[in-house]
Design a protein around this ligand. Structure first.
Ligand SMILES: NC(=O)c1ccc[n+]([C@@H]2O[C@H](COP(=O)([O-])OP(=O)(O)OC[C@H]3O[C@@H](n4cnc5c(N)ncnc54)[C@H](O)[C@@H]3O)[C@@H](O)[C@H]2O)c1
Length: 341
């Protein structure tokens, strides 16, 4: 059994990572760590984890082989370096770090310590993304020239309703806008998918954006990526779509247009199909994320002691750098426009 510990037991650990680890053959959830005692207590009793720590050092000394880092982004570097010091294998949530130089330091540090730094690009592991990868590799619709990835939802909301229906401030969501907004927080998944599906690096990029709320970062971003092989990707990411509506219908689609047809996924109805000439291949679609499949793949990485196709620190750095540069570019051009006005 590979003993894994969780660093940061908030929302994504609760609904995604911990349940997935518990159902993965070969992985044992050995210990959890969260500096917030209330949160720690809640998670340890919910999942029946006896070894629960508010102290990072005690947690790291509790007999682990690997850690999953799911703290907020500003703490990833500290968690990763401390785990690498103990020679623990690491799976870290995105965005890898707040600044590129921090991500670079994390990668170097892990290399020097001889441990793997894997990144939790969970979208890659869904059946949808895996099927699209196979279709692209098999050239079912020829050579992919254009990729359009859209994720418009309402996370931006500054407000949420409590259990009595009263509107209250939602600091967690505000925090995620403060960490760079939708492209850095979520668009990194789409940037990673485009690089991975196409097998082509991004050679240049450019963004446009709109502000719906009054944050420094834009809450609706259009990012254009040119790939080394000549393909183009457009990522549209929004936290403000329907953010004032009670009944929000997020929009989540992938379109890949090739020289001989197109591939598409629409979460609304879980439509996943390939269209080439008079041939249509339709397979059952699923959710765009798959935490159990990611942890099963991570267990395999740990068993083999080599990363294979699992996203690595460098993938995390590249996606986050593009997302952050693009976001900074649009913030700067908006400031200029506002100064002129
Ligand atoms: N891949 C995905 O689909 C996905 C979804 C949501 C969040 N995320 C990412 O996961 C991370 C966590 O997000 P969340 O929504 O669960 O946040 P959250 O705020 O709900 O939870 C974070 C937890 O980390 C704890 N924490 C604070 N400082 C810590 C430290 N120094 N060490 C360890 N734990 C610490 C907090 O007490 C909290 O319980 C972020 O990087 C976020 O971008 C990924």
């Amino acid at each position: 059994m590979i003993r894994i510990g969780v660093m940061g037991c908030g929302v994504v650990a609760d609904y995604g990572h911990i349940p997935a680890i518990l159902q993965t053959p070969g992985l044992k959830l050995e210990a959890i760590f969260d500096p917030d005692p209330k949160r720690l207590q809640m998670e340890s009793s919910k999942f029946g984890v006896e070894k629960a720590f508010t102290n990072q050092e005690a947690f790291l000394d509790s007999g682990l082989d690997a850690v999953l880092v799911s703290s907020p982004a500003p703490f990833h570097k500290d968690n990763v370096l401390a785990a690498a010091d103990r020679k623990l294998q690491i799976l870290c949530e995105k965005p890898l770090a707040m600044e590129d130089h921090q991500a670079e330091e994390m990668i170097r540090y892990c290399e020097k310590a001889g441990v793997m730094l894997c990144v939790g690009f969970v979208y890659r592991f869904s059946r949808v993304a895996q099927q699209l990868k196979s279709w692209v590799q098999e050239e079912v619709v020829g050579d992919i020239r254009s990729v359009r990835l859209v994720y418009d939802w309402d996370l931006h909301g500054e407000w949420e309703q409590d259990e009595k229906g009263k509107w209250i401030k939602a600091p967690r969501y505000t925090g995620r806008m403060d960490e760079g907004g939708p492209m850095v927080d979520c668009g990194v998944h789409q940037i990673d998918l485009a690089r991975w599906w196409l097998g082509q690096e991004v050679v240049d990029y450019h963004a446009q954006a709109a502000w719906v709320g009054e944050y420094e970062a834009p809450d609706h971003v259009y990012l254009h990526l040119n790939h080394a092989g000549g393909a183009h990707t457009m990522v549209e990411m929004s936290f403000s779509y329907g953010h004032t509506a009670r009944d929000v219908t997020p929009m989540f689609t992938y379109d890949l247009i090739g020289s001989g047809g197109y591939l598409r996924y629409n979460r609304d109805g879980y439509i996943l199909d390939a269209h080439a000439g008079d041939r249509t291949i339709r397979v059952p679609g699923t959710s765009e994320k798959d935490f159990p499949a990611m942890h099963a793949a991570f267990a395999e990485v740990l068993r083999k002691g080599e990363p294979g196709d699992f996203p690595q620190g460098r993938d995390g750095l590249i996606a986050t750098k593009i997302a952050r540069d693009a976001t900074n570019e649009v913030i700067a051009s908006r400031k200029k426009l506002l100064q002129k006005a």
